[in-house]
Design a protein around this ligand. Structure first.
Ligand code: ADP
Ligand code: ASP
Ligand code: MG
Length: 418
């Protein structure tokens, strides 16, 4: 008997019919003798709908109240799913985040989980009941409702699996695996049977929304065996088959597998960023701090940073921020920074995208960056910024070339080949 946490994403619970299918799948795992905790997201489109309602009333909704509204989507699905389970004879009980007590910090709309009280869930499991726990939400120390950021029910599920020391966390979604890139963009993308934790962390942080980055961080920190698999298959496929399907995140590289592995495991992309350039700033110590210090103080995260070689004592500094922070960052620079550092101009571009290649094999292979840049140049794609780590190379380019860049890179690194 194993203890399994199963997370079902928005599409997987997108209609009453699909909720019935989830119930059948859970019932199957129970019948095979396993203990199951289920974590559903809101029905697909629901969180967007709730946020849009809030924005009709406030252009920048009050974060505390936004979380009160946005967290309701998951309250609906836990109740419905518990009913669907009871209707087919599986004992089940729904819980909101605060009923469990998923304790988070108070950073509304992007809270982090601090701890999870597993007492009620354990009691249910011991009594043969399936706890159905709302994803995406928690409660802070003062009793305020919080949410974990978009895609956060992945994190709820992995964190619950860690708290319960579950044997596996299964992330059921609308694709049947983690692919070499988003199969909606490149139909030739191939499913990965395994992906290393480090690669998955990079892929998630670079834009592959199949798993929220914090869920991967939790999986790594607590070594939670985590698997991505499809909820759209026949719910009655045998557990032995389903239990081996999809993509497993691995924590230790099997040396033999590593030898055979492709140099690059995947291509990720992200159009959530915008680029800001501060032109003709004096090229002297402290200038990067003078520009980026106030940005950090305003709680704006900076991603790729490029500073050019100076000419005549002047230089340009470019960096990217999340598009949601773009207008605020430009205004802050123009109002508060420009008058002090006396740069010529602050300009920006929110029609950029970041495309990245990721692979552990990069550590031991030379020439990967050159191949990436040649591939892009052959398509006439201009690279605006570059950033690298041991296992990834990211480039910032014009947004209109993003999909082309993903396709040609996917091909250039033979990711479409078996
Ligand atoms: P859920 O609602 O189940 O959480 P998401 O929409 O958040 O589902 O994540 C699944 C989606 O992630 C897929 O439909 C796919 O379009 C996208 N995706 C992006 N990159 C990848 C990838 N490398 N492999 C698989 N899916 C990916
Ligand atoms: N419902 C939330 C969202 O749409 C959380 C999730 O789906 O994981 O972002
Ligand atoms: Mg998701």
């Amino acid at each position: 008997m194993a203890l399994i946490v199963q997370k079902y994403g928005g599409t997987s619970v997108g209609s009453v019919e699909r909720i019935r299918n989830v119930a059948r799948r859970v019932a199957k795992w129970r019948a095979a003798g396993h203990q199951v905790v289920v974590v559903p997201s809101a029905m697909s489109g629901e969180t967007n709908r709730l946020i849009a309602l809030a924005k009709e009333l406030q252009a920048q909704p009050d974060p505390r109240e936004l979380d009160v509204v946005a967290s309701t989507g998951e309250q609906v699905t836990v109740g419905l799913l518990a009913m669907a389970l009871e209707a087919i004879g599986v004992r089940a009980k729904s819980y909101t985040g605060w009923q469990v007590k998923v304790l988070t910090d108070s950073a509304y709309t992007k809270s982090r989980i601090i701890s999870i009280d597993d007492a009620r869930l354990r009691a249910d499991l011991d009594a043969g009941c399936v706890p159905v726990v709302a994803g995406f939400q928690g409660i802070d120390a003062e009793g305020n409702l919080t949410t974990l950021g978009r895609g956060g029910s992945d994190t709820s599920a992995v964190a619950l699996a860690a708290a319960l020391k579950a044997d596996e966390c299964q992330i059921f979604t609308d694709v049947d695996a983690v692919y070499t890139t988003d199969p909606r963009v490149v139909p030739e993308a191939r499913p990965l049977a395994t992906v290393s934790f480090e690669e998955m962390l990079e892929l998630a942080s670079l834009g592959s929304k199949v798993l929220q980055i914090r869920s991967v961080e939790f999986a790594g920190k607590y070594k939670v065996p985590t698997r991505v698999l499809s909820s759209l298959t026949d719910p009655d496929i045998p557990v032995e088959v389903e239990g081996r399907s999809g993509t497993l995140i691995t924590f230790e590289e099997d040396p033999k597998m590593a030898m055979e592995k492709a140099v690059i495991s995947g291509v990720a992309f992200n159009r959530d960023e915008a680029k800001i350039t501060v032109h003709d700033v004096p090229d002297r110590p402290g200038i990067a701090y003078a520009i980026l210090g106030p940005i950090a103080d305003a709680n704006i995260d900076v991603d790729v940073i490029v500073q050019n070689v100076g000419h005549d004592g002047m230089t340009d500094l470019s960096f990217t921020v999340h598009r949601n922070d773009y207008a605020r960052a430009v205004k802050l620079l123009k109002d508060q920074v420009q008058p002090h550092i006396k740069c010529r101009e602050v300009s920006g571009d929110d029609r950029i995208a970041k495309v990245s290649i990721v692979g552990l094999g990069m550590r031991s292979h030379a020439g990967i960056a050159a191949r990436m840049f040649r591939t892009l140049s052959e398509e006439g794609i201009n690279i605006q910024m570059i950033s690298t780590s041991e296992i990834k190379i990211s480039v910032v380019l014009e947004e209109k070339y993003m999909e082309l860049a993903v396709r040609v890179l996917h091909k250039a690194f033979d990711l479409d080949q078996q």
